[in-house]
Ligand binder design. Structure first.
Ligand SMILES: [Zn+2]
Length: 525
């Protein structure tokens, strides 16, 4: 009984928990995407050829919005008959007639109006625009797929558009064919596996500005900026001015850039910025109004390493993407503006957490079912704080070594929080389980009441954790306090921590908790 119980506990560690309701069964290796984009309206014609590696003899279960009519599905060479598939609403079942370990090709032809995952519009000059915009699980609005972040695949795009339009997509532009009616077909290919939520293309009359190559000491990254004509000068001189330095800084800090190129694209997207692998979308209105910040650009570039190349293996571990990108933007601010700029970023992040109700739930909120709701204060600023405090605990050298190891180990794959914990434990030589359990599975943050009194010529300092009982107690080894200009360190553990100090003649007038800002902690007095 004891062995079984231990096993149960090990399996249920929230740091390793997969809580998604529909994790992928088989492994999509490659999506070959052919789409005809009409000159007006939202009725597309598509053919998607997918190469699968089967994990069992169970058939494929794909999702595609029911607004799209499936013309036919064939599985060349698999012994199936035409029409040997079934559809119920958004679900398509394709029998494989194969065994585990086999590969299978499916070719799906469909057409119809796209209701989600693609934004159809006009830019301010009246030009047609169409953008795929998939996060979190809207790729199924137009791409029949196993639409889950744990199933990464390479992709090729063949996008046919009307005269005067350009197409951008993930990866490298291989060629552009011109058809007799002046329509064009744009062929892109990305060699690295990426999650379906970042498999995108964009169509518009773009002005393309080449931004040169950067980070060549590590790995050359050609960058370009794709905007509408009216916004090209402002974009290149404004928030994109330092994209070369950003890619260089992150490449040197975490390892080489994961993709063959990076395009920054003015786009119609639900989000302020969306980190699509190698082709970042930025809100078209923010660029037009001069509101896009350098911080957003740094955040989306940071995602290319964490989120895109190393992808959360389950939606509930989203902090591995958003917390990391938020911290990378703060690191960039520190790199560009000095340590005080990093501290200012982390203070801003702390204020967001202190002012939010999200923190009543832990970062790893395994009960969450609303994916859009995961775009919250926990996964962004609080997630960034998990990394910052970790850096404070293990020191710069172990922290950055661990980040590099983590990127190198899980690049082009998936990770759960537990994988990061293991890599960081190895890099630091410390058992960090207590820290990550506290940071990721406890709600809230510590609130400290600090008091002091003199007794027999010595100062007695007491730190009391005053946060709500439901948040639990926090451990903060080496917490710094600045008392009338003198810095001391206290290992905070349990409801109340008391230390006796020599060298004080009277009670200090001013006690500042954590003056260098390493912990997400609030001082209540
Ligand atoms: Zn992000």
């Amino acid at each position: 009984m004891i062995a079984a119980l231990l096993l149960l506990q090990a399996v249920q560690s929230p740091l390793a928990a997969r809580a998604d309701t529909a994790p992928p069964v088989h492994d999509a290796l490659h999506y070959d995407i052919t789409l005809v984009i009409p000159d007006t309206g939202n009725h597309v014609v598509g053919q998607i050829e997918t190469t699968w590696r089967l994990a069992s003899d169970a058939g494929l279960q794909l999702t595609l919005d029911s607004s799209l009519f499936v013309v036919r599905i064939i599985t060349p060479g698999a012994g199936g008959r035409r029409g040997d598939w079934a559809r119920k609403n958004d679900l398509i079942h394709v029998p494989s007639h194969r065994k585990a370990g086999d590969t299978l090709l499916t070719r799906i032809r469909y057409h119809g109006p796209v209701r989600k995952g693609m934004v159809f519009g006009r830019n301010p000059a009246g030009g047609r625009t169409v953008f795929a915009d998939n996060w979190p699980d809207r790729a199924r609005g137009w791409l029949p797929s196993q639409d889950h972040p744990a199933d990464k695949a390479t992709a090729a795009f063949h996008i046919e558009v009307g005269p005067g339009l350009e197409v951008i997509a993930n990866g490298v532009l291989e060629k552009v064919d011109t058809l007799v009616n002046r329509r064009t077909v744009w062929h892109y290919r990305i060699r690295q596996p990426i999650p379906t939520y970042t498999m995108v293309f964009g169509v518009a009359p773009f002005a393309v500005t080449e931004a040169g190559k950067s980070a060549c000491a590590v790995r050359c990254v050609p960058q370009s900026v794709w905007t509408y004509a009216a916004d090209s000068a402002a974009a290149v001189n404004g928030p994109f001015r330092r994209i070369g330095e950003m890619v260089e800084f992150f490449s040197r800090t975490f390892g080489e850039f994961p993709y063959d190129q990076l395009a920054h694209v003015q786009a119609a997207t639900l989000f302020g910025g969306m980190e699509n692998a190698g082709a970042i979308w930025y809100d078209e209105r923010a660029i037009a109004a001069g509101r896009l910040s350098e911080g957003t650009v740094a955040h989306e570039i940071g995602h290319q390493w964490f989120g895109d190349a190393v992808t959360e293996g389950d939606w509930h571990h989203l902090w591995l993407s958003e917390g990391f990108a938020t911290y990378l933007a703060a690191l960039w601010a520190g790199h560009a503006g000095g340590d005080s700029a990093l501290v200012a970023e982390m203070r801003g992040a702390a204020r967001s957490v202190f002012g939010s109700k999200d923190t009543e739930r832990p970062i790893l909120d395994l009960q969450a079912t609303d994916l859009m709701g995961l775009l919250n204060t926990n996964n962004y600023p609080k997630g960034a704080w998990v990394l910052h405090s970790l850096r404070g605990i293990v020191g710069d050298s172990a922290f950055f070594r661990g980040m590099r190891d983590y990127y190198a180990t899980y690049r082009n794959g998936n990770a759960l929080s537990d994988d990061f914990v293991r890599v960081m434990g190895k890099a630091s030589g410390q058992d960090l389980g207590w820290y990550f359990t506290q940071a990721l599975t406890q709600p809230g943050y510590p609130v400290l009441e600090v008091s002091s009194r003199m007794s027999a010529g010595r100062l007695i300092l007491t730190l009391r954790q005053a946060q709500k009982a439901e948040w639990g107690l926090y451990r903060m080894p080496g917490l710094e306090l600045l008392m009338d200009g003198q810095l001391i360190r206290v290992d905070v553990e349990g409801r109340e921590t008391s230390v006796t100090l020599d060298g004080f003649k009277a009670k200090p007038k001013r006690i500042e908790v954590d003056p260098e800002e390493w912990w997400l902690v609030r001082q209540s007095n």
